[in-house]
Design a protein around this ligand. Structure first.
Ligand code: FE2
Length: 185
């Protein structure tokens, strides 16, 4: 099965998951809507062909110039790579880990270089479901309530940038809001 990789933004009222306020796949509109809530969103080139089984270093080497630019520009101190290939067994626990609403004391910065994943940002009484695909850079500011869905058969590679990797722990809000909204698939 091939999944069409299209960035989408769907915005809901926090109390009305059944009603879409915004539904767009226009990249500029998505960036504008997210900028308005303090979230950086940009489309970067992500054309490297990563071999099956590519390890972290292979991904880093392929995207060295973009990574260096981001590290220099944003002052992030460290980075790593998370990569899940289609068909990886037993991904459900990984998926569940970030499927409930949480916050971090660090920015959550992700540069997707393969596949896709959905961030749900809970800001100002709204939920912004942002499906990020290969080439998308998103920075969720520290303290923003959010959750993340990698889907039932995940496939993505994301370069993660940190100010302080140790500080990047999920503080769960205890709000069950995520369960009321559509999943990635
Ligand atoms: Fe998170």
């Amino acid at each position: 099965m091939t999944t069409t990789l299209t960035t989408t933004l769907r915005v809901y009222d926090e109390k009305h998951p059944e009603t879409l306020l915004i539904d767009t796949s226009d990249g500029e509109r998505i960036a504008d809507e997210l900028r308005a809530i303090g979230v950086r969103f940009e489309r970067w080139a992500a054309d490297a062909q990563l071999p099956k089984g590519a390890d972290q270093q292979t991904v880093i080497d392929a995207y060295r110039s973009s990574i260096d630019k981001l590290l220099a520009e944003c002052g992030y101190g460290t980075m790593d790579v998370v990569r899940i290939e289609r068909g990886t067994p037993n991904t459900e626990p990984m998926r569940k880990k970030f499927l409930d609403e949480h916050q971090h004391s660090e920015d959550e910065v992700r540069f997707f270089v393969e596949g896709r994943g959905a961030f749900y940002l809970h800001v100002n009484g709204r939920v912004y479901q942002t499906v990020c695909v290969k080439g998308d850079l998103i920075s969720v500011p520290a303290g923003t309530k959010h959750w993340f869905d990698m889907g039932s058969d995940p496939e993505f590679t994301a370069i993660r940038l940190f100010n302080n990797q140790e500080g990047w722990v999920a503080n769960f809000t205890g709000d069950a809001i995520a369960s009321g909204f559509p999943k990635l698939d």
